[in-house]
Design a protein around this ligand. Structure first.
Ligand SMILES: [Zn+2]
Length: 430
């Protein structure tokens, strides 16, 4: 999940669940997951701790990729390396034929972090986005499924580098990922500040679209004055106006405003202005900031609107140029597959553990979309906070922590889930 510096932190369901099918699923789950995950839990926690203590930035995941490669090889998977840098692919072929081939993606890189937000501290690599947990869960799922080859089809494990730079998924694909593997569906997860033991997702856009905009002025502009103007006037574009700063953790999960409420405030928003960077050169002064927008149809007009506002202000005479410096698409979950997936998870784990989100998560994004351009896919958000333990899993913050029980839940939920998907017979046009 790519987040900004000041991040406030990331059904037409198939009702075919005859009671007999439900029973057999529950039984399979007991046999497949809940017992075995206890057997490997300590091992997985040790792997996670090791990855956590040895964080590697985007594009530098050499050590992590070797650990992943060797672990998968020891499980008996066919392993391919070198996709998009340090990307690793594990291929697990079960005995079920004619079922769907599914891919599971986990990202491996750490991010730069200024600990405790000390202004003069040097940023260091740290797993402040939970990708060490994602990698560990991916290995755990591979372990579980490698033990039940008789009852699964083909599962591809994609261990991706460089998510934080938004390059890893794209590079793996450009390096021939989907020539090597041909999944019918792809899934992945990101840890999330909801309570441990819960899993969530939504059809369509999961996060907001993200753009970085740059305004270049003549050097004689009054920087402080313009910054104040920008923060106060451009905010007029914000469609959800609230003096109570709604983009905080307590609102994300609030029953009235949060992501799980159909009337959530996160359904229709535009955020800008909290992260303006000023670069004063010899001849020019530039202002950069990122905005988040839920509506893709507005993306092209916002820059024009901002430019228009600035041109009509006293700062207009200094404006030389307005441009995008970064455009990032967002995760878009395949609607049918999302409803099917959430329904299957609810059948196994209960409605209280599996929730559908209505709003788009602010201040976060993910490069999982590049796989979704090629293959129908769903990204899940896995709860990793634990209020009783004082753990808040808000990525890209100095207080970011996860309850390590999240590893157990992630491995349990998605081992069974992937097994189930590979037992879905392919239907023409499906
Ligand atoms: Zn992340």
């Amino acid at each position: 999940m790519k987040s900004m510096k000041l991040v406030l932190f990331t059904i037409c369901s198939l009702v075919f669940l005859l009671s007999g099918l439900y029973d057999s699923r529950a039984q399979n789950f007991d046999n497949v997951s809940s017992i075995q995950v206890e057997d490997i839990f300590e091992e997985l926690v040790a792997i996670r701790n090791d990855l956590h203590d040895n964080p590697e930035l985007a594009g530098s995941e050499k050590r992590t990729s070797i650990i992943v490669k060797e672990y998968l090889q020891n499980l008996g998977l066919v392993v391919k390396t070198g996709f998009g840098g340090y990307g690793v692919v594990g291929i697990l072929k079960g005995k079920i034929q004619n079922g769907k081939k599914v891919a599971w993606r986990a990202d491996m890189d750490a991010a730069l972090h200024t600990f405790n937000n000390k202004p003069n501290a040097n940023p260091q690599a740290a797993h402040i986005c939970g990708h060490d947990v994602h990698t560990t869960i991916g290995l755990g799922i591979a372990n579980m499924l490698s033990k039940i080859k008789d009852s699964i089809g083909t599962v591809y494990f994609i261990f991706q580098p460089a998510e934080e730079s938004f390059k890893g998924a794209k590079n793996m694909i450009e390096n021939g990922l989907f020539k090597e593997i041909q999944p019918d569906e792809i899934f992945g997860l990101h840890v999330f500040p909801t309570e441990v033991g819960t899993v969530s997702s939504k059809p369509g856009e999961l996060f907001a679209y993200q753009r970085r905009i740059k305004l270049i002025f003549d050097k004689s502009i009054d920087e402080k004055g313009f910054k104040s103007f920008f923060e106060n006037t451009i905010q007029e574009f914000v469609r959800h106006k609230s003096k109570s700063a709604p983009w905080s953790l307590k609102y994300l999960t609030h029953p009235d405003y949060g992501l799980e409420n159909p009337n959530t405030i996160y359904k229709n928003f535009f955020i800008i202005g909290s992260n303006i960077a000023i670069d004063k050169g010899n001849k020019k002064t530039s202002f950069e900031c990122t905005y988040y927008e839920t509506d893709s149809t507005r993306l092209e007009t916002i820059t024009k609107e901002i430019t228009h506002q600035v041109e009509n202000s006293k700062y207009g005479k200094y404006l030389l140029e307005t441009s995008f410096t970064a455009e990032r698409p967002t995760v878009v979950n395949d609607p049918k597959l999302t409803y099917e997936s959430l329904a299957a998870l609810k059948d196994m784990y209960g409605d209280e553990r599996v929730t559908t989100f209505y709003g788009q998560v602010p201040y976060s994004n993910e490069d999982f979309i590049y796989y979704q351009y090629e293959v129908p896919g769903v990204m899940f958000l896995l709860g990793a906070s634990n209020k009783n333990k004082g753990i808040v899993a808000l990525p890209h913050t100095s207080e970011f922590m996860v309850d390590e029980e999240v590893i157990k839940h992630g491995v349990n939920y998605f081992s069974f889930f992937l097994k189930d998907r590979t037992n879905h017979t392919k239907v023409k046009g499906n």
